[in-house]
Design a protein around this ligand. Sequence first.
Ligand SMILES: *[C@@H]1O[C@H](CO)[C@@H](O)[C@H](O)[C@H]1NC(C)=O
Ligand SMILES: *[C@@H]1O[C@H](CO)[C@@H](O)[C@H](O)[C@H]1NC(C)=O
Length: 192
Amino acid sequence: MTKIFLCLLLLFTFSQTFPTTEADPTFLQSVKKNPMKLQTEKLSHFRFYWHDIISGPNPTVVNIVQPPVNNKTKTTPTGFGMINMIDDPLTEKPEVGSKLLGRAQGFYGMASQEEPGLLMAMNFVFTTGKYNGSTISILGRNPVFHKVREMPVIGGSGLFRFARGYVQASTHTFDLKTGDACVEYNVHVLHY
Ligand SMILES: *[C@@H]1O[C@H](CO)[C@@H](O)[C@H](O)[C@H]1NC(C)=O
Ligand SMILES: *[C@@H]1O[C@H](CO)[C@@H](O)[C@H](O)[C@H]1NC(C)=O
């Protein structure tokens, strides 16, 4: 009996000093009923082609930062410091005129002094079928002259909420003269 009384007294004293979360629940609430049935995570595989178009009347890439001139080497062989913004079409087949599935929006920058190595930060914005409006976010390193480059999927929206996974990029065609590139992307993504 005394123990119970002491406990109650302690509880009362502490609840005066430290207000419980119930008293101030406005900024953080646990979700008791899970509206998304999060236990049914599934793995999806997408393959599409990413077109970085520099030449022609409708380029999908703009250069926003030029690499600084280095007086020591006179040239910057890896383009270190350059940044491009992109709004690149994603198509079903390697032909740029094939079915448009969405766009890759974001930027990439030359982040390596040793070899042409990009830091890529982009969102795949899907515009077809049930994925219309859903996005997947990619952030990773892309050493463009390697056969296969792997980059993490760091999140998503819409049907890709809570997404995680990876992409593998391999160059399909690269025009050394114009800089135009077509890259095959294989996306493996876990989502609900
Ligand atoms: C590079 O050299 C030019 C002329 O030689 C000079 O005007 C310029 O300030 C130098 N730039 C740097 C970053 O040192
Ligand atoms: C995708 O969604 C947008 C905006 O809701 C809509 O305008 C467009 O027609 C949709 N496209 C397809 C192919 O469903």
